[in-house]
Each structure stands twice: as structure tokens, then as C-alpha cells.
Design a protein around this ligand. Structure first.
Ligand code: FAD
Length: 511
């Protein structure tokens, strides 16, 4: 028997580590069955948020269901994995503990601790590449360096052969539920009073057992509240349904439509990818099938480019994963060093108005309110609100990153950080500092009928789109007549644009 430790891979299908632990391939047929476990680690929970805890619990409930359908179950443990995993391995008489790699800096430190703890008690352990098609070390420049320019990275990424999806374990390849229960009952001191640090984060509740079979906590048990936002569906079945729907039609117009937030033109798979509820090999293989259809002539002539544009987004995810892997400090530090450091203005009232979606710039406010309601924001609008925070409010991107981190269900350290540093012109392959989005023109171009804006900003419903897109130019009387409850712009974009240019030039030592 082997213990499989789920982390950011809440699925049984196309899971490289689980397939190995379960022994379902001919070259590892002597292994398995696998006992799946998830560990609530108090240290990790200190970085979580209400939205993400809710989304995680939904994903775990779906995973548990998938195991139950196969006669197994999910072990749920609490505590420091360095303590919990050796104990569980002992209780289950597991030969090995297996997991998939997580590439962020904190996760790597944690995993090193777990490796040491398992080595100390002579339990074998094994980590697999699973989260991305090409692991962060696999694609390098001809000089052997990691890539910092996406277009070159993409060329190599797309030319490389991709692995097939990993097979899902059969019922027999999983430890059955009764055996899991017996093993957990046999753990000494499951009441958590034997000196181990099996505690919940800030929960203020009685200490739970080290592990229980299928017993998921509530957010309150973990010290979190139910979020106001609807975090959307979770689990592999929902992810597959979404992927199938998207690849049925929308992908063939993806490049043309993806920038229009009122259209349902993107996959909305990001939270599923974040929690690993769909395997990237499975998703990529499905895009290749769509590509074959696009190339068969059954679709418009430009269909292959449309599908390729979608594959490019999967490659962006892997690009940022390798940026973070090779530069773990970017979580808090600028990737690009400015000579003098950027002298951000950081006005707390302006930042607060941005967070509330009350800047008086309609597309910005619609995006920030979508975030609040749906724990999601359309990509084009993420770019607009990020540009607005950094280049109109002259606020440090870290304020925006922290807010997104708290509010996005799909918050992913690598992608979120990559997106923010791109917008702030501090990142790898970032937007040049002098490219500053005009939030009014962006709104007009990408939401011409103000459909997206009025969906999220009710104060502007019934107002002519032309007036909405000229909101910054209207007089106070015109604004009061059109939409009295909607605020006037809190800053003057053209003035702030000049100030932003000056701020960046100073930082570059150019003034
Ligand atoms: P689709 O357009 O259908 O793309 C498919 C998948 O490709 C996405 O699910 C995602 O996994 C990946 N992807 C798409 N665009 C990007 C990108 N620019 N960078 C990296 N991966 C990408 N994405 C996150 O997953 N988590 C984040 O925390 C995050 N924060 C962002 C912050 C800012 C400031 C910006 C500008 C972008 C951020 N993105 C983030 C990237 C992007 O906005 C989302 O991945 C996308 O909007 C999710 O919607 P979708 O699944 O419909 O995407």
C-alpha cells in the first residue's frame, strides 16, 4: 500500500503521482493500492482566504465523492504534514508516500521538511511532475537559462512532445473504505493529546483527530467565514463539462472574442486548474482534438489560429510557473530592478475606492464588482483594473495582488503575480512602462454596448452607452441627470498618465 498526498491536484484522473502510487501502469504494476489523503496544514491556512477555503472544501467534497464511488474514501488529516504523514504511513503500514510537485517557494520549503521527516523514519517517498505539461526546468534557452520572454518560451513549448493523460486508478488500485477506517482507528492518540501538533488554524475549536475518513471540516472549523461571493462549481465532473462545452464551439472563435467581457468566450477553467481538478494533459489532449477538427475544414479557415490562441494561454500558465520557480522572490519583489525604486503614491482612500468599485471609471468598477460577486474577473478587465491601480492611482502593485489573492477563487501565486507585474511594468516580458491603458477607451472598445458594465454596476443601467463611455467628460449636472448614484471619476486620467510616466522615468534614472 502507498499513501498518496493530494495538494493542488484534487482529482483521481490524469494524476501522475496517484497513477504511480496506485500501480496501474505496466511498469509499476507491483505497486499500490493507494490510500489518498489531504492534510489541512495550519501554516498553509494562514495564507488562505474565505473565498479560497470555501472553494477548496467544495473541491475536496467532489474528490471524496469520486473516491466513494469507487469503494474508497479520502483520508482527511489536520496538522503539520511533517508530523502527520509519517504517523499515517506507519498506521497504514504504507511502503511509500507519494505526491505531485508544487513549484512555489513556500511549498518547496514545506516539501523539503516532509522529505526529511520521512527519511528520519525510513519511509520511502516520491515526488512527480504533474501540474504542468513541461516542468519548470525542462524548457531553457540555448544558453541554458530560464526564459524571461514569453514568445521564445512558447516556441519551444509548442514544439515539444506532450505526455498522454495518466490513467485513472481502477477500484482495486485504491484502498477500500473499511480498511482506511480500521487503519485510522488504530492510530495511537487520535484525540490529538499525545504531544503532536495536530491543530486547526486559529479555529478555537477542540483539537480534531489526526486523521479521519472523509470527514471534512467547515470553514468555521478552520477559522474562516462563508464568503459573500459565489465561488462557482467545483470538481472534475464540473471541469470536464466546462471544458467540453468550451471546446464544442467557443474555442473556434476564442482569439476573436476573448477580449470582450460581455461574451461567454473564455473557458472559465482557471479555478479548476488552480485546484488541479482537471489534469493539464487531459485538457491539452482535448485541445488537440479541437485542433484536428479546426484543421479538417469543418470550421472557418481561421479556426486553427483560434484554437492555438487558447493553447497559448495554457503555455502562459506554464511560463509564469517557471518564472516563479526560478525566481521565488518575485512574490513580493519586483522582477525587474529599477535603479531608484518606484516611488508609489499609495493613497489609502483611492485604493479603497478601487477595491469597492467606486472609482467613477465604469469598466474598472464593473471588474472590481465582478470580483466581489463571483470571486472571478474577466482577463481583459483584470488587465484594465491592474493598469488603473498602478498607473492611474500610482499605487504599488502589491496592494492589488494582495486584494486579488484574498478575493479570487482562482488565485494562483504564479499567474496572479505574473499578471500584476506585467501590468505594473515590473515583471518578465512586462507591458512597457509607457504603455498606459486609457480606461475609457478600453471600456468603449471591449464593451461597446456597456453590457458587461451595466451587469455589474446597476447605477448605470438605463444610461446610454455613449454617456457611460464619456463619463469622465460629462459635467456634474449631466452626470447627476444620467446616473445620480454613480460617482464622478476620482482622478483625471490624462494628468495621472503624465505623473505615472514621470514616476517610472525617475525610477529608471531618466529624469
Ligand atoms: P481562458 O482564457 O479560458 O484561459 C485558459 C486557461 O489558461 C486559464 O484558465 C488559465 O489557467 C490560463 N491562463 C489564461 N490567461 C493566462 C495568463 N495571462 N497568465 C497565466 N495563465 C493564464 N490567472 C489565474 O489562473 N490565477 C490568477 O490568480 C490570475 N491573476 C491575474 C491577475 C492579473 C492582474 C491578470 C492581468 C491576469 C491574471 N490571471 C490569473 C490570468 C487570467 O486573467 C486568468 O487565467 C483568466 O482570466 C481565467 O479565465 P479563463 O479560465 O476563462 O481563461
Amino acid at each position: 500500500m502507498e499513501l498518496f498526498w493530494h495538494r493542488r491536484d484534487l482529482r483521481a484522473a490524469d494524476n501522475v503521482g496517484l497513477a504511480a502510487a496506485a500501480g496501474i501502469e505496466s511498469d509499476n504494476a507491483d505497486r499500490g493500492p493507494a490510500a489518498p489523503v489531504f492534510v489541512f496544514d495550519p501554516d498553509v491556512l494562514t495564507h488562505a482566504s474565505d473565498v479560497r477555503v470555501r472553494r477548496l472544501l467544495d473541491g475536496l467534497a467532489a474528490l471524496r465523492e469520486a473516491y466513494r464511488e469507487r469503494g474508497s474514501d479520502l483520508l482527511v488529516a489536520h496538522g503539520n504534514p511533517e508530523t502527520v504523514l509519517p504517523r499515517l504511513a506507519d498506521a497504514l503500514d504504507a511502503e511509500r508516500v507519494v505526491w505531485n510537485r508544487d513549484y512555489s517557494g513556500l511549498a518547496r520549503e514545506r516539501d523539503a521538511g516532509v522529505r526529511r521527516a520521512l527519511d528520519a523514519v525510513d519511509v520511502a517517498r516520491e515526488a512527480h511532475h504533474d501540474a504542468v505539461l513541461h516542468d519548470p526546468d525542462a524548457i531553457r534557452t540555448n544558453a541554458g537559462d530560464p526564459y524571461s520572454v514569453y514568445s521564445y518560451y512558447w516556441k519551444k513549448w509548442t514544439d515539444r512532445a506532450k505526455d498522454d493523460p495518466a490513467p485513472a486508478p481502477t477500484d482495486e488500485a485504491l484502498v477500500d473504505a473499511d480498511r482506511l477506517t480500521d487503519a485510522v482507528d488504530a492510530i495511537d492518540g487520535t484525540d490529538g493529546t499525545d504531544g503532536t501538533d495536530a491543530t486547526l488554524a486559529d479555529g478555537g475549536v477542540d483539537e480534531p483527530p489526526v486523521a479521519a475518513v472523509g470527514d471534512l471540516p467547515t470553514p468555521a472549523d478552520l477559522g474562516f467565514a462563508e464568503p459573500d461571493a459565489d465561488v462557482g462549481p467545483a470538481g472534475t465532473d464540473a471541469a470536464r463539462e466546462r471544458l467540453d462545452d468550451f471546446l464544442d464551439e467557443a474555442v473556434f472563435a476564442y482569439e476573436a472574442e476573448r477580449d470582450f467581457p460581455a461574451e461567454d468566450a473564455t473557458s472559465r477553467l482557471s479555478a479548476f486548474f488552480k485546484y488541479g481538478e482537471i489534469g493539464v494533459r487531459e485538457a491539452y489532449a482535448a485541445t488537440e482534438a479541437a485542433m484536428a477538427e479546426a484543421e479538417s475544414g469543418a470550421r472557418p479557415d481561421d479556426a486553427p489560429e483560434q484554437v492555438e490562441e487558447f493553447q497559448q494561454q495554457l503555455a502562459w500558465r506554464e511560463f509564469y510557473t517557471q518564472v516563479l520557480f526560478h525566481n521565488p522572490e518575485v512574490v513580493t519583489a519586483n522582477y525587474k530592478e529599477y535603479e531608484e525604486g518606484i516611488d508609489w503614491r499609495d493613497d489609502p482612500d483611492e485604493i479603497a475606492a478601487w477595491k469597492r468599485g467606486e472609482t467613477g471609471y465604469p469598466i474598472v468598477d464593473a471588474g472590481m464588482r465582478q470580483l466581489r460577486e463571483e470571486a472571478f474577473m474577466h482577463n481583459r478587465v483584470r488587465m484594465i483594473v491592474a493598469s488603473f491601480l498602478t498607473k492611474d492611482l500610482l499605487a504599488d502593485w502589491r496592494h492589488g495582488y494582495d486584494h486579488f489573492r484574498e478575493r479570487l477563487a482562482d488565485h494562483d501565486t504564479a499567474n496572479d503575480n505574473g499578471g500584476w507585474q506585467w501590468a505594473a511594468s515590473t515583471g518578465t516580458d512586462a507591458q512597457p512602462y509607457f504603455r498606459i491603458f486609457n480606461p475609457m477607451t478600453q471600456g468603449e472598445r471591449y464593451d461597446p454596448d456597456a453590457e458587461y458594465i451595466t451587469e455589474y454596476v446597476p447605477e448605470l443601467r438605463g444610461v446610454e452607452p455613449d454617456l457611460i463611455h464619456e463619463w469622465h467628460e460629462l459635467s456634474p449636472t449631466q452626470r447627476a441627470n444620467a446616473a445620480p448614484a454613480y460617482p464622478a471619476p476620482i482622478v483625471d486620467h490624462s494628468k495621472r498618465r503624465e505623473e505615472a510616466l514621470a514616476m517610472y522615468k525617475r525610477a529608471r534614472g531618466e529624469d
